[in-house]
Design a protein around this ligand. Sequence first.
Ligand SMILES: [Zn+2]
Length: 262
Amino acid sequence: MTTPRLYKTEAIVLRQRKLGEAGKIVTLYTPNYGKLDAVAKGVRRPKSRLAGHLEVLTHTAVMLAHGRNLDIVTQAQAVESFAPLRADLHRLSRALYAAELVDRFSPEGAEGYHVFQLLLATLRRLTTAKNADTVLRHLEMQLLSLSGFQPQLARCVSCQRALAATPNYFSPAAGGVLCPSCGPGAGGARPLSLNALKVMRLLQSGSFAEVSRVRMGPGLAQEVEMHLRVYLLHVLERDVRSAAFIDRLRREGFWEPAGVSG
Ligand SMILES: [Zn+2]
């Protein structure tokens, strides 16, 4: 595909880093070009016209010019700045986690339409949702599916039998659920309650509207979060660039190396 010298796109700003005296490299997530880095010149100067439109998490419309290495942002106009997210530390930290997760899962240049829509919907939901954690669980499971890493939740990944309505086991290393015959002693397998399995299936196959109607007590919510967290760590550990991110997830809990086989 050839792109014209100047092109316009919607984008969500995933992160920024300093460049030279006054510039920044911004990592953008776009619907048509996936993830891309672009140079924003002079954006750290107080009078920059671009700065307010390229903050992390902003949904923005940008004009880009092809550069020799990286493309260059020539114009930017914020579409949604998600002010309520920035005003609430709990919502902000979850929104930053969402952006970082999308960043880690997305190789540069991969098609990004569905991931873009998912991230945009996630940021909108995080500004209003009563249960911000459910928003994140839905993002995690949907992102796994869009990246081809969806866990197998319908049948036992070892013996292939349909799962009975009983407690089972979940094994990131095996790629999904293990039945009561195959689970015990399998590497990294942890007990999975029937309700947690139901919630995970809904997160995988249901709409967000359906997911948000489920009332989860703290114990169930924590169990689902733990299984997804350990699964995400398992998938992301193949990618050395994610090391710092993984360390942070570990510090936030749920990681018990003794119970998990590498
Ligand atoms: Zn089995």
